[in-house]
Ligand binder design. Structure first.
Ligand code: ATP
Ligand code: MG
Length: 584
């Protein structure tokens, strides 16, 4: 029924070194993590400058959301929730070539799954294309925007560098009428993709390169998932974001630090257009997590190259991947609260902090069960063939509300291969020839004989039960070890997928000269044909368990069926984060 030699256990999630805990916002459960934005907005509300906070989460639908986005989601939706405001979900959909309805659907599902509700309908930047077009015309009327015929290369060349000012395009002084006419013809598809762009006329000598006549419209002969073939020109991110915020009455437009240099431009548009409101941009440091990539482009590569099993592969740092792995919304929200919000860039958060968050949630909430990952047969020679006993075992040691499990005991059992050693060292407190061990919730047994096949491989163990040891210790003997087991006749076969980090190094994409794919962990997935106790037969997709002595597992939401149970390892039992915290 089972292959003799199953896969060996991979190493547990690597123990982090304490030196790398550079994240400035670290916290423990007693001291709340800093969140400068929350403090600031709270002050503004108390001081009467703001009556109701309105935030937005603005994903581009060009990939699935990852753990970095979760930080932004928890911040934006969290502030609204905590401070009596509202948060919008607005797709930043200005680049039809890379976007897809499937991503929109996945993003909505992820935000909802995390437990957040957006105020009003799902919004799209493309809802405002008409208004943005009118505002481009407005700038042209005012002599503050022009159509440029320079090629993309020429525009780059004219832009100058950090040390040298740019120079004006020869098309910069076109008349308003000419600009307006060209804009209309661009919109109607009269020109090829790189023939023309629209630029705001700001300052070609500005020390901030973003203000050197930034592009506000490009020609794209692409069909758009929301607007179809209506538009042949698409606004740039910079020309879209602040105005969309203003249209929606966003009070605080919270984004990551790479947009800091764009803030003067964000404000320039708000100051030079007849917008209905003046939102404020506030930047915070993005989340960087060790052993993890948070670049959508690179995650997409893993999917496209079939290195992983889709965007929601349980090894992916995507919200849907973490969900499939067994993370709970509460654990992700707790993690985001633990890391805090600061402006200090460059910190690398220890992945042990993330696993700590899920482990402590599951410790409290996941029912227990016994499951043998790499089965080794044990025949209890002094137990009659027809003997049967059933134990009532609590579903959880501290939770009386959880169903009591029926755990059957019989003559033939499986134990884990790792719990037996033929030549055991002195400190090995599990099973060895001539040694005793306790079967969890049951008797003490002694190993009398090791049965091998012709090749010398261990086939099974013959052991005997001390019937005087149920629920009590054998008199005069010390039995230190307790191992888990499953009755061979009653156990349910299941596929168990042991997941580990996808990469073997802390920062897989740090070295620009080395392909990050070279750091892939060849043991990021190890599959076991395991045997679980009968209570697991009922496991519904996404139900989570602690397999005692082994780790936390979740029934796969796509692949697990009553006929073929599939469990994903969410996280091991060892909490290295708790240890680091203890050491202080
Ligand atoms: P790109 O724009 O290159 O596709 P992105 O990661 O910025 O990638 P968006 O969809 O634009 O993707 O992100 C939506 C929001 O999530 C933005 O406000 C962005 O600042 C925020 N965000 C993205 N990555 C992180 C991160 N690692 N930590 C915190 N916030 C993030
Ligand atoms: Mg972005």
């Amino acid at each position: 029924m089972f292959s003799r030699h199953v896969f060996s256990m991979p190493s547990r999630l690597s123990t982090p070194s304490t030196t790398r805990l550079s994240n400035t916002a670290m916290t423990n459960e007693t001291t709340p993590a800093p969140n400068f934005i929350r403090n600031q907005v709270r002050d503004e509300i108390e001081g009467g400058q703001v009556t109701k906070i309105v935030t937005r989460f603005p994903p581009e639908p060009n990939g699935f959301l990852h753990i970095g986005h979760a930080k932004s989601i928890c911040l934006n939706f969290g502030l609204a929730e905590q401070l009596g405001g509202e948060c919008h979900l607005r797709f930043d959909d200005t680049n039809p070539a890379k976007e897809d309805q499937a991503y929109i659907d996945a993003i909505k599902e992820d935000v909802s799954w995390l437990g957040f509700e957006w105020a009003g309908p799902v919004r799209f930047a493309s809802d405002y294309f008409g208004q943005l077009y009118a505002w481009a015309q407005h700038l042209m009327h005012e002599g503050k925007a022009y159509v440029d015929d320079l090629s993309p290369d020429e525009i780059r060349e004219y832009r100058g560098t950090l040390t040298a000012p740019g120079k004006p395009s020869p098309y910069r002084e076109r008349s308003a009428d000419e600009n307006l006419d060209l804009l209309e013809r661009m919109r109607d598809g009269e020109f090829g993709e790189s023939e023309k762009v629209v630029r705001a006329k700001i300052d070609m000598a500005s020390p901030n390169i973003n203000l050197r006549d930034p592009i506000i419209y490009r020609i794209r002969h692409a069909s758009h998932h929301q607007t179809g073939d209506k538009w042949k020109i698409y606004p740039s991110y910079d020309f879209t974001h602040g105005q969309s915020d203003a249209i929606e009455g966003i009070t605080h437009s919270i984004c990551t630090l790479e947009f800091e240099d764009h803030r003067p431009l964000y404000e320039w548009f708000l100051n030079n257009l007849p917008v209905p409101a003046k939102p404020r941009q506030i930047e915070f440091a993005r989340l960087n997590l060790d052993y993890t990539l948070t670049s959508k482009r690179k995650l997409k590569l893993l999917v496209d190259e079939k290195i992983v099993d889709g965007w929601d592969d349980p090894r992916m740092p995507t919200i849907s991947g973490m969900r499939r792995r067994g993370y709970t919304p509460a654990s992700i929200r707790k993690f985001c609260e633990m890391i805090g919000v600061t402006r200090a860039d460059g910190g690398l958060v220890d992945i042990a902090m993330l696993t700590h968050a899920i482990r402590s949630d599951l410790e409290d909430n996941a029912p227990r069960a016994m499951c043998v990952l790499n089965p080794l047969k044990v025949v209890l020679t002094n137990v009659p063939e027809d003997h049967q006993e059933v134990y009532d075992v609590p579903g959880h040691p501290a939770r009386e509300d959880m169903t009591v499990r029926k755990v059957p005991f019989a003559r033939e059992l499986y134990i884990d291969q790792d719990d037996f050693m033929e030549d055991a060292p002195k400190k090995f407190f599990r099973l060895a020839p001539g040694k005793e061990v306790r079967l969890r919730n049951s008797y003490v047994i002694r190993c009398d004989e090791v049965i091998k096949d012709a090749a010398g491989e261990i086939n099974e163990l013959h052991c005997s039960v001390d019937f005087d040891t149920l629920g009590k210790n054998p008199e005069g003997r010390k039995v230190k070890g307790v191992i888990h087991w499953v009755s061979a006749a009653h156990g349910v076969p299941m596929e168990v997928r042991l997941y580990d980090n996808l990469f073997t190094v802390e920062q897989p994409d740090r070295d620009k000269d080395v392909d990050f794919l070279e750091h892939l962990n060849p043991k990021s997935l190890v599959i076991c044909q395991a045997i679980g106790e009968p209570s697991l037969a009922e496991a519904t997709p996404e139900s989570r368990f602690q397999f005692e002595r082994v780790g936390y597992f979740c029934a796969d939401r796509h692949d697990s069926t009553p006929e073929h149970l599939v469990f994903n390892r969410t996280v091991g039992l060892k909490d290295s984060w708790a240890k680091i915290k203890q050491k202080g």
